[in-house]
Design a protein around this ligand. Structure first.
Ligand SMILES: Cc1ncc(C[n+]2csc(CCOP(=O)(O)OP(=O)(O)O)c2C)c(N)n1
Length: 356
């Protein structure tokens, strides 16, 4: 649980954040977290009614991690979003009806019914759809940051991943390459205490943020249930990345308040632990701050509820995709065949103009 040092750090971060956040920003942070929670709570009902096929993953209790972090990124940046980070899509402006349509496999969803709950991202909003192999989005973000560096573009990539992901080899590869190349990338480790049923004691032998030192860049522990602290940590990391300082690992300490997915009753999580974290709910904390600004939070909640309901209604009215179009948008289109039966990706060689 939160130590005095962590509380102190969180207070400092929040004080710093308020220098960069206008009152409207602080309200927007709350509004987006409320929207995320509202959408996910409603989607869970739709799932139970059999309207959401497949499984359903949510980020209940972790809203501050995706919302605060995404809020610190600029339009030209790129976001590699994971399965508990709906808030990042919402910050970038994906309409609620498209999210519900996505979950229900409708033509109006982000992938036009080609996938469901977690594998989606609107390129035009700067969001990259999740690759299920964990934590390969770290490699995707690192690759993007490499491209930004090679092209001399002033842009930054960010990705989220869980505590369980840090035990995979790809974590090392991404961290190492980003460190060696000093790439403009922000790694957000969502330390939500469990990887499915595996607790963090069986995941790390050291504080995970300390691992960053082995790759030559800072590791910053942050109260992941404080949306303004998350914003501030990512804002600083992004500035550093854009100034050529390289990556940062941000460890957002939070709690997965629901099961791994809708089917999981999380019997393996002690009730007292959940109760402790419930008292640190990220939305309640931001509500208290926004109330101090004189905002009518109940009116804000009512507006969000209306937006959620309107989104469900609009999505339910959308058609399912036409099976005849199932291949559309799934595979990359090849503008011009390369000839000699060569697939476009096998054409690299000394005489390829772009092979430098
Ligand atoms: C390489 C790999 N192994 C297993 C899975 C199945 N899987 C999906 S989410 C998940 C739990 C991951 O835990 P963590 O990284 O801590 O993220 P969390 O779900 O807790 O947010 C697992 C095992 C996967 N997607 N990829």
């Amino acid at each position: 649980m939160e130590t005095d040092t962590a509380t102190e750090r969180s207070k400092l971060a929040q004080a710093a954040a308020s220098e960069h956040l206008t009152p409207d920003d602080r309200i927007a942070l709350l509004r987006t977290m409320l929207l995320m929670r509202g959408v996910e709570a409603r989607a869970m009902v739709l799932y139970r009614q059999g309207k959401v096929p497949g499984s359903f993953y949510d980020g209940f209790g972790q809203e501050a991690v995706s919302v605060g972090a995404a809020f610190a990124m600029a339009a030209e940046d790129r976001l590699c979003v994971l399965h508990r980070d709906l808030g990042a899509h919402l910050v970038r402006g994906v309409p609620v009806e498209r999210v519900f349509a996505q979950y229900m496999g409708r033509e109006g969803g982000v992938t036009r019914g080609r996938d469901g709950n977690v594998h989606f991202g609107d390129k035009d909003l700067g969001c990259v759809g999740m690759v299920s192999m964990l934590p390969d989005m770290m490699l995707v973000a690192t690759g993007m940051a490499m491209a930004f560096k090679l092209r001399g573009e002033r842009r930054c990539a960010i990705t989220w991943f869980g505590d369980g992901s840090t035990s995979r080899g790809d974590f090392h590869e991404a961290m190492n390459w980003a460190g060696v190349q000093r790439l403009p990338v922000v790694f957000v480790l969502e330390n939500n205490q469990f990887a499915y049923s595996t607790p963090i004691e069986q995941q790390f032998a050291v504080e995970p943020s300390k691992r960053a030192a082995a790759y030559g860049f800072p590791g910053v522990p942050v109260d992941g249930n404080d949306v303004e602290a998350m914003f501030e940590a990512v804002r600083v990391a992004r500035e550093r990345a854009l100034a050529g300082g390289g990556p940062t690992l941000i460890e957002a300490k939070t709690m997965r308040m629901h099961g791994h997915a809708a089917h999981d009753d999380m019997r393996y999580v002690p009730k007292e632990l959940l109760e402790q974290w419930r008292r640190r709910d990220p939305i309640d904390r931001q509500v208290a701050r926004v109330r101090e600004l004189g905002v009518d939070v109940e009116a804000l909640r009512a507006l969000v509820d209306e937006e959620v309901e309107a989104g469900v209604e609009a999505a339910l009215a959308m058609p399912m995709p036409d099976p005849a179009t199932a291949r559309e948008g799934v595979f990359a289109e090849v503008a011009e065949p390369l000839g000699d039966g060569l697939a476009p990706w096998s054409g690299f060689g000394p005489d390829r103009e772009d092979d430098r």
